[in-house]
Design a protein around this ligand. Structure first.
Ligand code: TYD
Ligand code: MG
Length: 452
């Protein structure tokens, strides 16, 4: 018998090597190489040959234009993140840590897309478990077929019989193809199964939604290898202890990657949150110190976010700095600016920063709110109610302009705010509004305005 052909694959990035390596030269991870059998049970099907009908190169302007159709998922947040709905023939990967709610999201989408025949393939749960979940979500749609199977050959056989209009796979790590001998979840299996599904999607113009797991230490290869093979990668994330879940697009061939969908995990499935500002700011509390509201934009969507800071005298020698939902290095930078520009002594203080709701914010326009919250806590003076901030702060304490300022101002006005601090350089051509614009150019001006 012929010896099985094996090769070594990095479980982190999918790089291949003929021998074991301690450190992956491609992604730099250590101890990620695993030997896998790659012997194909069938000879490779596609080969270059001069025979048969070869495709002809054509001029760009002679390619037939098609009007792009989108399939409405009946889930406004998912539609938004996808760039307006599912594109026929596209493969979309939804990644996330175990237990975050990927299966719930896609089952819910499957059940709400009425008038379409859906095939939901699960390699993780039994029929009964899926039925229980569907009952919990509260909708037993008749045109949603459930298949608990992991062999791709059987899945494709069912697909041929059923002819579904949308296929959902939960999850890609559980699939297994006969063509390759290695175990499910290994890099070569994932790659082969994904490419079979991708060929199916392109040939039949059926959209395929894949679920992929990411573990905390990234030891499972899945999504990183897959990212290159699929049309869109969405990440489902959130703090386990909070109910809010965020769907972000990391790659999207058919739309923008800065879009964001927000959900709340309820006892009966995921609820779409169409107006995030209302839940992210708490307007019921009295005037506490250390709280500042930022007007941020995620994608093209404005939302108001509460930043909370606590500054206290350090008990131990080295003061602590901690940030949740915000980049710690950026916080340290802002604290250094505060120290230098405002003479605020932070060397002996612990500083804790928290973005309310378990949301992670990358928008630089939150800088001014962060600094104001820190100073408000340090001085123990509350920031006046109905005041919010939208500006980036530079290293010399200058207040820098931010993009989409009109939208930020409009959102603050809509939420009933009376004052918004913005950069002086941002204020060209801003119409007079029902909200007072406080235009500042230096951090010192902000604080003399706030705390007198
Ligand atoms: P699940 O979709 O199974 O996560 P994943 O597929 O990403 O691993 O969701 C698991 C969590 O969601 C679980 O802890 C229970 C919770 N959940 C609810 O709170 N409400 C619900 O209606 C459902 C179906 C799940
Ligand atoms: Mg699941």
């Amino acid at each position: 018998m012929a010896k099985a052909k094996t090769s070594f694959f990095c479980q982190s990035c999918g790089a291949q090597a003929s021998k074991w390596l301690g450190k992956c030269p491609t992604c730099g991870e250590w101890n990620t190489y695993v030997e896998e059998v790659i012997q194909l049970n069938e000879p490779a099907k596609q080969k270059f040959s001069a025979t048969g009908k070869a495709p002809m190169a054509i001029k760009l302007d002679q390619i037939e234009a098609i009007t792009e159709t989108r399939i409405d998922t009946h889930n406004a947040e998912l539609n938004r993140v996808l760039g307006g709905g599912l594109v026929p023939g596209s493969v979309v990967l939804i990644g996330g840590e175990p237990g975050i709610g990927k299966s719930t999201l896609l089952l819910q989408v499957a059940l709400s897309m009425n008038s379409l025949k859906i095939l939901y393939v699960s390699g993780e749960e039994s029929d009964q478990q899926i039925r229980m979940r569907a009952e919990r979500i509260g909708n037993l749609k008749s045109d949603c077929f459930i298949l608990t199977e992991t062999a791709t050959q059987n899945i494709f056989r069912q697909i041929e019989i059923l002819k579904p209009e949308v296929v959902i796979i939960d999850s890609i790590q559980t699939l297994q193809t006969d063509l390759i001998d290695s175990s499910p979840g290994s890099v070569s299996q994932i790659r082969e199964c994904a490419s079979e599904l991708q060929r199916f999607a392109k040939q039949t113009n059926t959209p395929v939604l894949l679920i992929g797991h990411i573990t905390k230490d990234g030891s499972l290869a899945g999504p990183k290898v897959l990212e290159h093979m699929v049309d869109a990668v969405l990440q489902f994330e959130g703090e386990r202890n909070y109910g809010y879940r965020i769907l972000r697009s990391i790659k999207n061939r058919f739309g923008s990657t800065s879009e964001l969908g927000i959900y709340e995990m309820m006892s009966a499935g995921l609820r779409e949150i169409s107006s995030p500002s209302e839940i992210l700011i708490n307007r019921h509390h009295e005037n506490f110190s250390g709280v500042a509201i930022a007007s941020t934009v995620e994608g093209i969507r404005p939302m108001l976010i509460e930043t909370q800071a606590l500054v206290s005298t350090a008990v131990y020698g080295t003061p602590q700095r901690s940030a949740t939902g915000f980049d710690l290095r950026r916080l340290n930078m802002l604290l250094a600016v505060l120290e230098k520009r405002c003479g605020f002594r932070l060397g002996t203080k612990d500083v804790f920063l928290n973005i309310a709701g378990g949301i992670r914010v990358d928008d630089p326009a939150i800088d001014l709110a962060v600094m104001s919250a820190v100073l408000s806590s340090g001085e123990d003076i509350a920031i006046p109610l109905k005041t919010c901030f939208a500006a980036e702060v530079g290293l010399s304490g200058e207040i820098r302009p931010v993009n989409r300022i009109e939208q930020r101002i409009a959102e603050a006005e809509k939420m009933g705010f009376e004052k918004i601090f913005i950069s002086k350089h941002n204020s060209h051509n801003l119409k007079s509004l029902g909200i007072e614009l406080i235009k500042v150019s230096k951090i010192e001006e902000v604080f003399s305005n706030l705390f007198g």
